[in-house]
Design a protein around this ligand. Sequence first.
Ligand code: URP
Ligand code: ZN
Length: 456
Amino acid sequence: MSILIKNAFLVFEDRVEKGDLLTKDNQIAQVGGCIEAPADRIIEAEGCYVFPGFIDTHTHFDLEVGNTVTADNFPSGTKAALAGGTTTILDFATQERGMTLMDAFHKWQKKAQGSSCNYGFHMAVSEWNQERIAEIPLMIENGITSFKMYMVYDNMRLSDGVIYQAIQYLQDEDCIIGVHCENDDILQARVRELKAQGKTSPRYHAISRPNLIEADGVGRLMDAANLAKGPAWVVHLSTKEGLDIARRARERGQEVYLESCPQYLVLEESNYDEPDAAKYVMSPPLRSKADQEALLRAMAAGEIDWIGTDHCSFTMAQKAAGERDFSKTPNGGAGVQNRAELVYTRGVKGGYFDMVAMGQLMSTRAAKLFGMYPQKGTLQVGSDADLVIFDPHCPHEIHAATNLHNCDNSPYEGFLAEGKTRDVILNGELAVENGAVAITGKGQYICRRRCGRYRK
Ligand code: URP
Ligand code: ZN
């Protein structure tokens, strides 16, 4: 199968150039200039941008949370991802206490069967001991070179000492740990305090976890990584205070990678006053306009490395578990389909950064750090034919009813997006055509290499 894309704006890593791109089987065969070659399909892309396939570094599909499971599984979540231009997701396989890392890996491989976009896993670990450490070589062999540790959630929480030891061990292997940074002790005390005062609605979820709760976690992670002499990756950074702490760590020479999410760029704490506010109960919570501004400027300056969605969807019926107590609401929201249109609208049309920066935030840097570059994340001859044709002139509203997520709500309901993913080429095939998913179930497992630590 060969596909010739004509007259597009090609988004390279350092520039945008008008030209053509030819794929042959699952590779980019030619890129740039005017290409006159026969092809099975010719796609006219005048006025559109061609990006390397987008990579979502942070999804939770088919995740059991308490006594419920996320609304999206891999088939529904990856189909929605693909429609939005995401050709690779990295989901968090989760090792529950008492389980081996290999058991978790096999469990997630099974869950991911039938995926419509390519997929890989980070391994979220809930224990760090000799047995788990002995499995790390097997993880690397099987393409898992990034891990996650939580400072929160009773079933996953690990101590600062463990995080320090894990960073120390894994950095020698060129593996990295993403950390969910929050101060659990204080936030739990605040939850108890609020509930005792009868403050139980969703807005108190945010009040229980103010900016300093995250900033404290980021600070402890930076110190642990500094002492361990290894890299630090902050997942879903949401605050200007956390950003400042990470900046200071970089200034003293530390290797720090920062991820943020669309919800911290377009939604804000006032959303908790809406009637269906349970859909905004996620951790970290929504923040202020000042935080949005700081994150967007940091993206423009290249300080934030990439944007993942933290897609972790629950229906309103599931969210109703917290009707009388915000702390019982399953945490998370749906967004895997909407990342590109949100980032484009808020970041590019909002005047903060250009399409080159968008390509870096949506694809290139994630491909580099997570061991997929240059097969993914770049428009180079020989790279995989995972491509997005993005139409910058396509105003439309986001609605849960038209999203492909298996979820009856969207935190972005009614958001006016300016551009939209038009076509997607996945593994060399035209998988999304004019916004409609044409091919499903053809996602492949990405056995990733060790981390490409570009900030070392
Ligand atoms: O609220 C969220 N983000 N839920 C998903 C799990 C996590 O904390 O990343
Ligand atoms: Zn998450």
